[in-house]
Design a protein around this ligand. Structure first.
Ligand code: ZN
Length: 305
């Protein structure tokens, strides 16, 4: 690839990322083939998602732009987990059994040229969430797979506990799983709650989180029934056990906080929800919070006083 060709590759990719950034800033978390096709980007008409197979190389580009992993319904396995190695990097299987199939060559070209790609991750309930920019950093020919690095993907909602990686080698793998799940989990949970805080029904997506009932770092599954859409305020209050949610979907406020005297934020934002039912729940019953998980979390709220 000549320097000019590489620049052109980068320009179109960055235009695609900027478009995705704008969509996500406007609250769009889940994408389909239809709404990522025919985009006017960088003077070209571009499609961002593969149609049939898992790998997509647009005609205008020399290297693959994106690849896709479909959502697998949860059983005991967490979706996408099978290809995360202890080194903390993900693996993406080549197409078919010919490493020189043109789609595999297109992925290899992105690896050799260090070009950023989009990884489309299937979202529970339909559509895809976009993980970008990601890089292919190695090829494992025997296993017919590429090594995927998602370190460059911004992850604003995660607070990383400090851990000595030498002492706990599985931690790196755990972090890699959390990073990968975070975006499709958010997309699925926000859609199920119609982009509204389940406690107060606040609707600004950039101030909403997909909260885990059983925490991700503690083995909680990244599935809708282990999630709640909460605004930043109520997410923090839930994590700090100021607010609890009963298995019957009712809100409780910590006794001390209930008696505290402060301004309108405490009164209207916290205290007045005590004893009320959740304002927003998923329409589909099978998407509603798992009562067993809520109960376990609620017991810890009670223990905290
Ligand atoms: Zn709220």
């Amino acid at each position: 690839m000549t320097p000019d060709e590489r620049l052109r590759e980068l320009a179109l990719r960055h235009a695609a990322f900027a478009w995705l950034d704008r969509q996500r800033a406007a609250g769009k978390e889940t994408f389909t083939q239809a709404d990522t096709s025919g985009l006017a980007l960088g003077g070209e008409t571009l499609r961002l998602m593969p149609t049939q197979q898992g790998i997509w190389k647009p005609g205008q580009l020399e290297a693959a732009l994106s690849f896709r992993t479909v959502y697998r319904p949860e059983g005991t396995d967490r979706p996408y987990d099978d290809n995360i190695d202890p080194d903390g990097f993900h693996r993406y299987k080549m197409r078919g059994d010919d490493p020189n199939h043109f789609e595999n060559r297109a992925l290899r070209a992105a690896m050799v040229e260090r070009l950023p790609l989009i990884w489309w991750l299937g979202v529970q309930g339909g559509g895809y969430s976009a993980l970008y920019p990601i890089y292919l950093i190695n090829e494992e020919p025997l296993e017919m797979q590429f090594v995927v690095d998602i370190e460059a993907v911004p992850q604003p909602d995660i607070v990383w506990p400090s851990v000595d990686l030498e002492l706990d080698p599985s931690y790196r793998q755990q972090l890699a799983k959390i990073r990968l799940h975070q975006r499709p989990f958010r997309a699925a949970v926000l859609r199920a709650y119609r982009t509204s805080c389940s406690i107060c029904s606040f609707r600004h997506s950039d101030l909403l989180d997909a909260a885990h009932i059983h925490e991700d770092g503690a083995g909680g599954l990244p599935v809708i029934t282990n999630g709640l859409t909460l605004c930043k305020m109520h997410h923090a209050a839930y994590d700090r056990r100021i607010i609890g949610i009963t298995p019957d979907y009712e809100i409780r406020v910590n006794r001390d906080v209930l008696e505290e005297v402060d301004g309108p934020m405490l009164r209207h934002g916290i205290q007045e929800f005590h004893g009320k039912p959740l304002m927003v729940l998923p329409e589909r019953r099978t998407h509603r919070p798992d009562r067993t998980l809520l109960d376990a979390r609620y017991q810890r709220f009670l223990d905290a006083g």
